[in-house]
Structure formats: C-alpha cells, structure tokens
Design a protein. Structure first.
Ligand SMILES: *Cc1c(COP(=O)(O)O)cnc(C)c1O
Length: 412
C-alpha cells in the first residue's frame, strides 16, 4: 500500500530532469520559464524521437515500397492512432494532421464557404485568440453570413444568458476556445454544445490552450470539431490536429489541392482521396507528427489528473503571492481557470516589467496575447502573462514575485 501511495506523489524534480532547457541560464540567472501558454518546453524523450527519425528512417510516407518509407508510414500512422486514443475519437480517419491550430481553423472556415449564405449566422465568444476570429470574418465576407458575439463579464466569464438570446434557427456554427489563452478561463463548453445542437448548429472548439491541462474526450463532449497544436503540449512546432466528426469531414470540400489528397487526376477531372488524406495535401510534417505522438505518450505517462492538480496548486500559490503586491490587478478571475495569470501593476507598462524581469532570467509574455478584443474589454493595451506548466515550481514563483517587486520599485 505504501509503495502505491508513494508512486502517486508527483515528483517535480524528477520531471524537470526530463527537460534539458530548464537547466540553462539566461542573462546570468537560472531560467524561469513562465511562457507556457505561448509554447511549452520539450522533454528529452521527444527530442530523442525527433533525432531518431532523422538518424534512422527519414523517408516520404504512403508512397514508397522501400523499407524506410514503410517504417516512416507506420510511425506516422501510429501517431495518428495515439492522437485518436488521446482525444477518444471514434475513428483514426477523423484525425487530420495540420500545421497547427491556425491551419486547422482555416481548413474548417474554408470548408464552410459552400455551406453558408446570406441570412445565416455564426457565433463566437468574446474571449478568442485572433486565429479563431479572423478566418471566420473572412468566411463572413465570402458568404454574407453574420457573426455574433457572446460577451463576458468583469471576471472573464461568458454571459450564458446572452448566448441563449442570440442563438437561433439562423445559427449554423458556434466556435470558441475551450480555455482562454489570455485569461485562463475554462468555458462551459458542454452546455454550449448542447444548446448549439438543439438548433442544429455545428460547434468548433479551439483546444490549443486547453490541451496541455485538460484531456478532452470528443465523443463525451459530442463536439463537431476540436483543434490543437502539438507545441503547446510538449511536442514540436509546425504540427497540430483537426478532429472532425466523420459526417462533417465528408461534407466539407478539400482545403488545398496537391499530391496525397487525390484518388485520380486527369486534366479534365480529379477525384479526391478518402479521409483523412483528402485534407492532407503534400508531404506533411512527418517527424513532427511522430514526435507529437511521443509527446502525448509522455504527458499521459505523467497523467493529466496529476498535472491538473499540481498546476492548480501553482496557480493558487502564485495568485496569493502576487496579490500581496500593492496596485497589482489580475484579469480573469473565473472559478474555472487553468494556470494562467494575466496582470498589470498600476499604470506601469507590461512591456517594461517583462523587459526588466527578463534580465533576471524570467520568461513571461507581455502584450495583447493575440486577443485584442479581450484587452479592449478591460480598456488596457495589454498585460503581463505568467503561465505555468507541470515542470514549474513554487521556488520559481518566489523568484518571479521578487523580480516583479523589483521591477515595480525601479519603474515607480
Ligand atoms: C496558441 C493558440 C492558438 C494558435 O495556435 P498556433 O499554434 O499558433 O496555430 C489559437 N488559439 C489559442 C487559444 C491558443 O492558445
């Protein structure tokens, strides 16, 4: 019994040893990396998979009869299966590899061009990243459909009563993030999906920020599209995934034309390949896909429940410590939030705070976090954003809070 109990204790120091970058210095100080909402760090286990791919079996997939091509194809399709299992999709061909969240959203927005017309409406939340706003605005320009917005309150929580007012038979699509990258708010997605389906509207969830904290089950959510980027969940940049229900993926036309996505080509007519290849034109990021699979193995090896519980501890600890600083205001105080803290101190410019603490080895994000409408709502140009991962520690938070105090003293 005792051994089992000990095994359950989350050993952050052991985990940190997996991440070589965490032992480097920046500007003469040990790195404190609190920019995880922008991109996460990469464990040695994933770096090894990348190195192994290029050292041993780099080849183009789905085409060659030769052994290397076969090995690469098996590894790539194996990664697709890992992604399917992780998100509990019903079928592997409902997983489309993309270059990331942005590409995945553009793919769906492009596909809806043929399905929308004037008089139709689509609904977005006030909490979105630009990549979940702009492609839909372009869709509206192409089709004449109208975009409506679910507003939020002072705590960064969506006003569900307004959502109920604006959703109607005209609504064809609702799209929002599962977790806000600017504030960390976890949105009531289950309720939104139910209400959208009641009027036959499809739902796309931008899971880019959620995926490193919450293991989404797409069948349980009954969501139509779910999109993520590997680089926010311990994988490499330049690869991500679109999950789509089979019926929707069959309905949407291909996004890009090229090799790999065809069944037959003549100059008169081309027929398209079956799912998932219909949406995967050209040579994909083969190594990236395989490494994404390895990153999922790594995170599942630690366990998402463990990760969520530990990150929640970090969030509470840092929130309490930061609020001890006079004039410090935190934006986004939803009861349901992930380990992201967006703040300002008086009228000090976030960029100045970020620059000073960088000199002390601390990496945070400053600015609008690709969510200008969120900043406009609060009437500010931007915030300082500290975002934590399961490899961060309370000691690092102490160093960070002292550095923020020092920056405040220097700037006031
Ligand atoms: C990071 C992020 C994106 C964009 O992801 P890319 O990898 O840059 O395509 C979109 N939405 C949210 C909520 C994000 O956090």
């Amino acid at each position: 019994m005792k051994i089992a109990a000990e095994k359950d204790i989350f050993d952050v120091q052991a985990v940190r040893k997996d991440f070589p970058i965490l032992s480097r210095e920046v500007n003469g100080h040990p790195l404190v990396y609190f920019d995880n909402a922008a991109t996460s760090q990469t464990p040695q286990q994933v770096i090894d998979v990348i190195s192994d791919y290029y050292s041993r079996y780099n080849a183009n997939i789905h085409r060659g009869v030769h052994s290397l091509s076969q090995e690469a194809t098996d590894a790539y399709e194996g990664a697709r299966e890992k992604v399917r299992a992780h998100f509990n999709a019903a079928k592997a061909h409902e997983i489309i590899f993309t270059s990331g969240t942005t590409h995945a959203i553009n793919l769906v927005a492009h596909g809806f061009t043929a399905l929308l017309s004037e008089g139709d409406e689509i609904i977005v939340s006030a909490l979105e990243h630009h990549s979940n706003i702009v492609p839909w605005q372009m869709l509206c320009e192409r089709t004449g459909a109208k975009m409506k917005v679910i507003p939020m309150d002072e705590n960064g929580v969506l006003k569900m009563e307004v959502f109920e007012d604006i959703i109607s038979e005209k609504t064809k699509l609702v799209f929002l993030n599962h977790v806000s990258n600017a504030l960390g708010t976890v949105n009531p997605v289950k309720e939104i999906i139910e209400k959208a389906h009641a009027v036959d509207a499809a739902v796309l969830l931008d899971g880019a920020q959620a995926a490193s904290h919450i293991k989404a089950d797409v069948q349980e959510l009954d969501v139509d599209f779910y999109v993520v980027s590997a680089h926010k969940m311990c994988g490499p940049t330049g690869v991500g995934v679109l999950y789509g229900k089979e019926e929707w993926l069959k309905k949407l036309p291909p996004y890009q034309g090229g090799g790999e996505m065809i069944a037959t080509v003549t100059f008169e007519k081309t027929t398209y390949a079956d799912l998932p290849h219909k949406f995967e034109a050209g040579t994909p990021n083969i190594c990236g896909g395989i490494a994404f699979g390895a990153a999922l193995d790594y995170m599942n090896g630690i366990g998402f429940e463990q990760i969520a519980a530990y990150e929640h501890e970090l969030l509470e600890y840092a929130t309490k410590k930061l609020l001890e600083i006079e004039d410090l205001k935190i934006y986004g105080l939803s009861k349901e939030k992930t380990a992201v803290i967006s703040f300002n101190i008086g009228d000090l410019h976030p960029y100045d705070i970020g620059t000073i603490i960088d000199k002390l080895g601390i990496a945070v994000r400053t600015g609008h976090h690709c969510a200008q409408p969120v900043m406009d709502f609060f009437g500010i140009p931007g915030t300082v954003r500290a975002s934590f991962a399961f490899y961060n520690t309370k000691e690092e938070i102490d160093i960070f809070v002292e550095a923020v105090k020092r920056a405040k003293n220097m700037l006031s």
